[in-house]
Design a protein. Sequence first.
Length: 190
Amino acid sequence: MSQHHHRPHPAHAAEPSANEPRAASQAEAAAPELAQQPCASEIQALQAQVALLADQALRAQAEAQNSRRRAEEEIAKSRKFALEAFAESLLPVIDSLEAGLQADSASAGQLRTGTEATLRQLLAALERNKVVQINPEPGARFDPSVQQAISVVPSEQEAGTVAGVLQKGYTIAERVLRPALVTVAAAPPQ
């Protein structure tokens, strides 16, 4: 039994063919190109996404500016028309005052009656525009949120209550425009 080993020819064993180096270098050159193609498409996609997001940010900023401008215009219109409504409600008061001044032969009683009617008109116009009097009754609890104590006076009333009103106060839409000036009852001497 003879063993026969087949050995490759020494010339073929370690030598690459003339075409093999060229094929290897082409494969190496194609590999980075193939690797770069997905990267280039990813970069394009990311650039498109960045452009889209930048556009959306600019649009959002423009919309915010437009909203702010519209809100400012609405506030200006509200103030303008609120003032207009307030002034309009005062016109009958002016008419009454002018009519009273034109009455040359009016008696003192007639002038007083006309003045009281004009004052009622004025107070009604103020109330329609949410301006309300602060005029606490004597004996009412002193309320520093809407009243200002000018002095403490001896009184038969309970201590810490309103003894008298020196000047009426006013609120506008439940906010103090001017506090009522009041005197407050003192605690009885001990």
